[in-house]
Write a protein that binds this ligand. Structure first.
Ligand SMILES: *[C@@H]1O[C@H](CO)[C@@H](O)[C@H](O)[C@H]1NC(C)=O
Ligand SMILES: *[C@@H]1O[C@H](CO)[C@@H](O)[C@H](O)[C@H]1NC(C)=O
Length: 167
């Protein structure tokens, strides 16, 4: 005969094994979902564009960020973190990335939105490289699941350009 302690322990081990198995199935089924998110960002206005006293360029933009990330949500999604970044190339760096705006989407109902905003974070270059600069705007997302691995991806929107002159 097994002691009560031994049986309780065996039961616990069994329960934990089932739980782990369920979590594995949940995150596996989550991987089968192939999302089709969409995003669009318009630069509505260049509010100002200047060289700061320290020599670095800074620009202020008004953006219209519209996005439909509803397909990222499954019943295993806790929330989605999104950010919009300006990405551009300079002679020094192949990739300069400046985050302009971010947000947390708590649910599928909030995942289809548009927002009219000035850049929440400063668009500053470490130098004076922004005049006439071509840049991309990218919408990045990090999906935080209730269980399983976090995953991240992005949409790249290209063809943006800053003015040739400060204003
Ligand atoms: C922003 O973009 C959305 C979708 O393209 C559009 O419906 C909305 O009218 C735009 N808002 C502004 C202020 O341009
Ligand atoms: C901007 O986007 C284009 C097209 O997707 C890509 O070829 C280019 O490398 C991107 N530039 C940067 C700096 O990421």
């Amino acid at each position: 005969m097994h002691s009560i302690g031994y049986r309780a322990n065996a039961l616990l081990t069994f329960a934990v094994t089932i739980l782990a198995l369920m979590c594995a199935i949940v995150s596996l089924s989550d991987n089968l979902n192939s999302p089709s998110p969409a995003a669009q960002v318009q630069v509505l206005n260049i509010n100002w564009f200047q060289k700061k006293p320290d020599g670095d360029d800074e620009v202020s933009l008004t953006l219209n960020i519209s996005s439909n990330l509803q397909s990222l949500f499954t019943w295993n999604t806790k929330q989605v973190f999104v950010f919009v970044a300006a990405e551009y190339e300079t002679s020094k760096n192949a990739l300069n990335q400046v985050s302009l705006w971010d947000g947390i989407i708590p649910s599928k109902e909030h995942a289809k939105f548009w927002i009219h905003t000035t850049n929440k974070y400063r668009f500053v270059d470490q130098g004076s490289n922004l005049r006439g600069r071509d840049f991309n705007l990218t919408l990045h997302w990090h999906v935080m699941p209730k269980t399983g691995k976090m995953f991240a991806d992005k949409i790249v929107m290209s063809g943006y350009r800053l003015p040739e002159a400060y204003r």
